[in-house]
Design a binder for this molecule. Structure first.
Ligand SMILES: CC(=O)/C=C/C=C(C)/C=C/C1=C(C)CCCC1(C)C
Ligand SMILES: CC(/C=C/C=O)=C\C=C\C=O
Ligand code: FE2
Length: 557
């Protein structure tokens, strides 16, 4: 059976993919579909094969994971097994034009043995795929085999510095040794749990905030293929977790913690060499602001200098502070710098009101009637200049929601206006009334053809209160200043990801994909119409998956 004859498979029941070729394995068959491989240390292995004739090995994790499902929402519970793949039964209709794979990355495993991690961002990366073809949906998930994850499994403890977790030191000398390794980057994690991008040359790369955590994966098997080794000598240990990736380029920011500033760099498809476009020196402060993401316009890169700054002392600490590796420095103020992509020259550098954002949504240039640039508009999911959102993402807080208390801090679509006439100040306002989306706002996507251009629609997660975490999918109309919200009681939806219909002329002509973790432990893939924002299809997963962060689309050639 090949991928084109999938429609021959029974679609009336949930269909795990079954073993076709036992000869490819040395495993002893214990019962249909289950085999035990002695050298895996007692893990249960299910040897299965996909309709694409690819065998899939599915080690389950430990019982503790499953036990904890009773107590916590599945969104905040470790994934229950290493790997799974199968066809899903679809309710509704998947558009026939939707051909390709949606990949979603995120931290999905938050414990090692008895030790439970602290923060959402600490979890070992779980990659999920939804493969669409001819109205059929094959889903799968797999752990990313980072060095950090493999070492933790092997040694039964955290071995690298994660977002908030650090290895437990046996004595002071071990701590000193680890600090020495911090400066070379050797002790930093490569747990690529934040996002996944498809480069112009077809490579698919999972990313996190550390440069060493750039891992190439196979979008079909979800296998970890190896590290993307940058071949330049730019050095540095960290970068923006959200590069801007198009078929033509990969743009990112490398924060410089020694001489506070940022390098703006560009990598061409087919190469591993980043070349410097230019450098921005920080206007203020002892360290650069955190750059989880940044926006671009057609001609410019906007470099944010947030008052939430990297903090060398906090990097060295064995125990986390409320802001982890960062600190809130309002006295350092906030700035936006605008660099010309072609020349590397800074064309504007303005002070703006204090702000906190993880995610910029988009940016574009405004022109006068003669076509001269007058301003840059940059939109972001803005947390009302309140950095405590970072600590709200502690697992204990996310797990403690009892349906009553409302702990999610307010957020909005923050719209910056950066004048290009040399004025020293920029503006920050709400792009629409935050009550439109329940005063929750994060995890955004747009139609990628609008990247850097004037745009009207964005998709994001909003809030239906009370809640501890964004729990709606929302379509934002930034022209009419209205939002349309999707919500299901108790459900935690992940980032609504927009895929445009090939040949579409309307900005919102396409579908929005999200993965939903349900209160009862189940989960499903959801497809909404990008224009009406009504449900067009859903497909139940065999079990609910943990919350995930960001996705990408790999179209079928
Ligand atoms: C999942 C997510 O959005 C963010 C993950 C952030 C990580 C893993 C940050 C890691 C870091 C270190 C391990 C040390 C250096 C600083 C910093 C980049 C925050
Ligand atoms: C999930 C999140 C913030 C939610 C707040 O409302 C931030 C994720 C950041 C990393 O990708
Ligand atoms: Fe992010």
């Amino acid at each position: 059976m090949d991928s084109l004859s999938l429609s021959g498979i029974c679609r009336h029941q949930f269909l795990p993919i079954t073993m076709l070729d036992f000869n490819q394995s040395n495993h002893r068959i214990e019962k249909a579909g289950f085999v035990r491989k002695p050298e895996t240390g007692g893990l249960t292995i299910t040897q299965v094969a996909s309709p694409l004739r690819r065998p899939v090995i599915v080690p389950s994790l430990d019982n503790e994971t499953v036990d904890r499902r009773d107590r916590n929402h599945v969104a905040w519970t470790s994934v229950r097994q290493e790997r799974w793949e199968g066809e899903l039964v679809v309710q509704g209709e998947i558009p026939l034009w939707l051909k390709g794979t949606y990949l979603r990355n995120g931290p999905g495993l938050w414990h090692i043995e008895d030790y439970n991690f602290r923060h959402l961002f600490d979890g070992y990366a779980t990659l999920v795929k939804l493969q669409f073809e001819n109205g059929i949906l094959i889903a799968g998930h797999r752990q990313i085999e980072s060095e950090a994850y493999k070492a933790a499994r092997k040694n039964k403890k955290v071995c690298f510095r994660e977002f908030s977790e650090v290895p437990k030191y046996e004595n002071f000398m071990a701590y000193v040794g680890d600090i020495a390794k911090l400066f070379s980057g050797a002790s930093l994690t490569d747990n690529a749990n934040t996002g996944v991008v498809k480069l112009g040359d077809g490579r698919v790369v999972c990313l996190t905030e550390t440069q060493k955590g750039s891992l190439v994966i196979d979008p079909n098997s979800l296998e970890t293929l190896g590290r993307l080794e940058y071949s330049d000598s730019l050095g540095g240990l960290i970068h923006s977790a959200h590069p801007i990736v198009t078929d033509a380029e990969f743009l990112t920011l490398l924060p410089d913690l020694v001489n506070p500033g940022y390098l703006v760099v560009r990598m061409e498809p087919g190469t591993n060499e980043r070349k410097v476009i230019g450098r921005v020196n920080c206007r203020n402060g002892p360290a650069p602001g955190w750059v989880h993401s940044f926006p671009v316009t057609e001609h410019y890169v906007v470099v944010p200098e947030m008052p939430l700054r990297y903090c060398a002392q906090n990097l060295l600490r064995a125990e986390p502070t409320p802001l982890y590796k960062f600190e809130w420095r309002p006295e350092s103020k906030a700035f936006l710098h605008v660099m010309c992509k072609a020349s590397g020259k800074i064309v504007a550098s303005v002070e703006v009101p204090l702000f906190v954002t993880f995610h910029f949504i988009n940016a574009y240039e405004e022109e006068d009637e003669d076509g001269r640039g007058t301003a840059i508009i940059a939109d972001c999911c803005e947390h009302n200049a309140d950095a405590t959102i970072l600590d709200q993402l502690r697992l204990q807080n996310l797990r403690s929601f009892n349906g009553k208390d409302d702990l999610l801090p307010d957020a909005r679509v923050g719209r910056f206006t950066i004048p290009l006439d040399g004025s020293p100040y920029g503006k920050l306002e709400s792009a629409l009334e935050p009550d439109e989306h329940g005063r929750g706002m994060d995890m955004c996507s747009i139609n990628p053809t609008k990247l850097g251009k004037k745009y009207r629609y964005a998709y994001a997660c909003g809030a239906q209160r009370p809640c501890h975490f964004p729990n709606t999918l929302t379509k934002l109309d930034l022209v009419k200043k209205k939002a349309k919200n999707w919500h299901e009681a108790g459900a935690v939806p992940s980032e609504p990801f927009f895929v445009a219909r090939p040949g579409a002329t309307e900005e919102d002509d396409g579908v929005v994909i999200s993965l939903i973790s349900e209160k009862n432990g189940n989960g499903y893939a959801l497809l909404l119409d990008g224009s009406t924002f009504e449900e067009i299809a859903r497909a139940k997963l065999p079990y609910g998956l943990p919350y995930g962060l960001h996705g990408c689309w790999v179209p079928k050639e």
